[in-house]
Design a protein around this ligand. Structure first.
Ligand code: ASP
Ligand code: MG
Length: 352
């Protein structure tokens, strides 16, 4: 008898029939004597649909209202899953992020978990009830509902596993483990029985969709082993993500592909740069620092920042990538700063 944290993604709870199936997995764990905390995502493509509704209304939704909207998706799932578990004769109680004691910072749309007050869930588990927790959401110090960024339910699960000192953290999804490549893209892809946190982190950062990158980071820092497994083959043990236990026989553990990126190239004028004289390199122009700060403040994840040709006389180019969905926002920040950036020529490439 122990304590387990389970997480089910959107495809696992996409309709009532699927929710009934998930309830069976939950009940099986509870009936084998475990204390069970279950994290769920929004049903199917609910989050995308909610975003589309907001997009229909405005180009410029307030981040606070976006979080208010998106957090509803997970709330539907926890209520329905609790009912499904109860109808199988097992006691269950649903919790929003706030009710589960999940405190975050105030960055709407990309909040970070700061602290978990585990006492409400401890109380629920010790009274023999299954705790069913909304993934992807928390509450800020100012009592505002926040969300953790797309795919954030994985992070909720890992954070709860750490806070509840759970014996395991099972992330159930629509694939039966971590593969050496996307099996839909590469027929020779093989499933791995185990992979280290470091390797998984690299794969997630490079675009492997199977686990949210931040959840892997947190699992590594908190020492929470994750078992990634399939909702549809619940007896299959999937892939264990854990500390490196020996030196693997391979040199490359896998390949990832990310088609969801867009590249920005800004041709900057030489006039923006003034030599600082000390080592011959040129300092970052203020417009560039301002751009980085603004993007960071908006929580827009950018990568591969490079300033090319900084010590030459020509071909100064700022290069970076962002997620496709943020492209419009990035363009408008660049537009805001066009003066400070010296009216750069801008090339946007979405075929990368
Ligand atoms: N429902 C949220 C999303 O679609 C969170 C998650 O699924 O983990 O991104
Ligand atoms: Mg997900």
């Amino acid at each position: 008898m122990g304590r387990v944290v389970q997480k089910f993604g959107g495809t696992s709870v996409k309709d009532i029939e699927h929710i009934r199936n998930v309830a069976k997995i939950v009940v099986k764990a509870a009936e084998s004597g475990h204390q069970v905390a279950t994290v769920v995502s929004a049903m199917g493509r609910t989050t995308d649909a909610l975003i589309a509704l907001a997009d229909e209304l405005t180009d410029d939704a307030a981040p606070r209202e976006m979080d208010m909207l998106l957090a509803t998706g997970e709330q539907v799932s926890i209520a329905l899953l609790s009912m499904a578990v109860q109808s199988l004769g097992v006691k269950a109680r649903s919790f929003t992020g706030a009710q589960a004691g999940i405190s975050t910072d105030g960055r709407h749309g990309c909040a970070r978990i700061k602290e978990i007050d585990a006492s409400p869930l401890e109380k629920c588990l010790s009274s023999g009830e299954v705790a069913i927790v909304a993934g992807f959401q928390g509450i800020s110090g100012k009592s505002e509902i926040t969300t953790l960024g797309r795919g954030g339910s994985d992070t909720t699960a890992v954070a709860l596993a750490a806070a509840l000192k759970s014996d395991s953290c099972d992330i159930y999804t629509d694939v039966n483990g971590v593969y050496t490549a996307d099996p839909n893209a590469l027929s020779g892809a093989r499933r791995l029985t185990a992979i280290s946190y470091e390797e998984m982190l690299e794969l997630s950062a490079a675009g492997a969709q199977v686990l949210n990158q931040r959840s892997v980071e947190m699992a590594m820092n908190e020492g929470v082993p994750i078992r990634l497994r399939s909702t549809f083959e619940p007896d299959d043990v999937g892939t264990l993500i854990t500390h490196k236990f020996d030196t693997p026989a391979y040199t490359v553990c896998g390949i990832a592909l990310d088609t969801n990126q867009v590249a920005f190239k800004l041709k900057l004028s030489q006039a923006l740069f003034q030599a600082d004289g000390s080592d011959g390199t040129l300092p970052y122009p203020e417009g560039v620092s301002e751009l980085l700060q603004r993007l960071n403040k908006l929580g827009i994840a950018c990568d591969m920042f490079t300033l090319l040709g900084r010590s030459e006389q020509s071909a100064l180019e700022l290069f970076f990538t962002s997620e496709k969905r943020s492209a419009r926002k990035v363009e408008s920040v660049i537009d805001d700063l066009k003066e400070a950036l010296g009216h750069p020529e801008i090339i946007v490439d979405s075929d990368v």
